[in-house]
Structure formats: structure tokens, C-alpha cells
Design a protein around this ligand. Structure first.
Ligand SMILES: Nc1ncnc2c1ncn2[C@@H]1O[C@H](COP(=O)(O)OP(=O)(O)OP(=O)(O)O)[C@@H](O)[C@H]1O
Ligand SMILES: [Mg+2]
Length: 241
């Protein structure tokens, strides 16, 4: 039998009162695959992530992680099953050092092995020289890298990144892109929300476009960016400027 999808989303929707923030969506994410989600502000991207990580209960549908039905389960159970997630606003433990922020992420904190693993991750994220700095002294972009580092400490099988590149210096964005590619090559699956089309083109295998809570297009970068509805509802404004 072939491996189940790392993440299977079956008819997942979410409403808030009368507002249908996410219309029923189906998608599957496989090991070693990077899927991008793009779409205008308010199109339901973060709400979808919240449904896929246990932060919100979907109004309908099922979420399966590595074949297990996780619908309605709490976020820590998603994490235990191998899901790592960053939030639109990075929230490291500000009073702890950069290194300590990585060590708290490990179930067995502060062993020689976990320190070595943390050192490797900090190196990859170019944060080594800041290891002993308080996380509160980091720039916004560095905090985003640190949040990614905290997730990587837990050996995730699936990583959800919510606008990790927003407000980040292009050099740091390249570091994020390199890390995504590195872990993808190790078999990690990524689902990432991003507005920066260059970043999307750079790292994503497949792209899903949302508007008004609905998937309006999906496919390769060249396919979706040529799609008339995508140009109309999302890219049009960008092309005019
Ligand atoms: N907890 C909530 N209660 C009520 N409405 C909500 C809630 N969370 C989101 N919404 C609404 O759902 C819609 C989708 O919001 P969401 O944050 O998912 O969009 P988004 O695509 O992530 O936007 P952005 O690009 O600005 O981050 C919006 O109309 C938003 O106001
Ligand atoms: Mg959002």
C-alpha cells in the first residue's frame, strides 16, 4: 500500500456566525512537497491553517495527519503527531536566550544531544552568533527565523508557515528559503502562506489560490499566475503598480 498523504484535508470549512471564512476545501500534502497558499487579505488562509493545526474546530469536514483523523483535537496533539506551525506574528520567549528558546521546544530539554541539534539548526538559520542574546533583542525577521528553529527542534513531518517572510529582509528570506529546501529534501512537507510571489516561485512545487474563502485555482506557479480569476482577484493590483 502506498504511504498516506502527510496531510489530508477533506471538505474542511469554517464559518464565524454568518461569515463563511473557508468554503469546503480538499487538499493533500505529501512528504517532501512544498505547497504555497496565496490570496488577498481576508481570503481565509490563516483560518484554514487554524483548522489544520487544532487551533479552530472546522465547521465541517475532516483533517487527517499521517492517516489519523485529527478533526477536533487540541493543538498539542497535532504537534505530537509531527505538525509544526509558525504564526503570522512571531512570539518567542522574549526573556530567554536564543539558544534557550530552542531547548524549550524539545521534550527532553538541555541534553548534550539536544544542544548539538540546536547548534546545527542555529547554524543553518545563521543565528549562531546570537545564541546567548536575549530573544527580546532580536529583529522582527530574526524572531521569525527563531520561531522556525523552535519548530525544527521537534523533527516535524509537516510544517505550516504563516507569512514567515513578511517584513523580513531579503537576505534572511533567502535563509528561510534555503532551510525550507533543505528540510524538504529530507522529506518534510511544507504548507506556506505568503504574499511575496518571488518567494513562492522560489520554493513551492504547487500553489493554491484562495479568494473569499474559496480555492479559485491550483497548480504550478506558471499555471496559476496566468489564471484569469487569479489575475482579477489577486495579482491584478500588483501588475498595475
Ligand atoms: N476569530 C474570528 N472571528 C470572526 N471572524 C474571523 C475570525 N478569524 C477570522 N475571521 C474573518 O475570517 C475572514 C478570513 O480571515 P483570515 O485571517 O483567515 O484571512 P487571511 O487570508 O489569513 O488574511 P491576511 O492575508 O490578511 O492574513 C476575514 O473576514 C476575517 O475577518
Ligand atoms: Mg492571515
Amino acid at each position: 500500500m502506498s504511504e498516506p498523504a502527510v496531510l489530508a484535508v477533506e471538505e474542511v470549512s469554517r464559518s464565524f456566525g454568518k461569515l463563511q471564512a473557508v468554503q469546503p476545501i480538499n487538499l493533500a500534502v505529501h512528504a517532501g512537497q512544498v505547497t504555497g497558499i496565496i490570496g488577498p487579505n481576508g481570503s481565509g488562509k490563516t483560518t484554514l491553517f487554524n483548522c489544520l493545526s487544532g487551533v479552530l474546530r472546522p465547521s465541517s469536514g475532516r483533517v487527517l495527519l499521517r492517516g489519523e483523523n485529527m478533526t477536533g483535537k487540541r493543538p498539542h496533539l497535532f504537534a505530537r503527531k509531527g505538525l509544526g506551525r509558525t504564526f503570522q506574528i512571531a512570539t518567542p520567549f522574549l526573556s530567554m536566550s536564543v539558544l534557550e528558546n530552542l531547548l524549550v521546544a524539545e521534550a527532553v530539554a538541555d541534553t548534550d544531544a539536544s544542544r548539538q541539534k540546536a547548534a546545527c539548526i542555529l547554524e543553518r538559520l545563521r543565528l549562531t552568533r546570537l545564541s546567548d542574546q536575549s530573544a527580546g533583542n532580536l529583529s522582527g525577521g530574526q524572531m521569525k527565523l527563531l520561531e522556525l528553529g523552535r519548530i525544527l527542534m521537534c523533527d516535524p513531518v509537516l510544517v505550516l508557515l504563516d507569512e514567515i517572510g513578511a517584513g523580513v529582509h531579503p537576505n534572511l528570506k533567502n535563509v528561510i528559503a534555503e532551510s525550507v529546501r533543505h528540510y524538504r529534501d529530507q522529506g518534510v512537507a511544507f504548507l506556506l502562506i505568503e504574499h511575496d510571489m518571488e518567494f513562492i516561485q522560489d520554493v513551492c512545487d504547487d500553489i493554491i489560490v484562495m479568494a473569499y474563502g474559496e480555492v479559485i485555482a491550483r497548480g504550478r506557479f506558471d499555471e496559476v499566475t496566468r489564471h484569469p480569476r487569479v489575475i482579477d482577484s489577486y495579482l491584478g493590483a500588483e501588475l498595475e503598480t
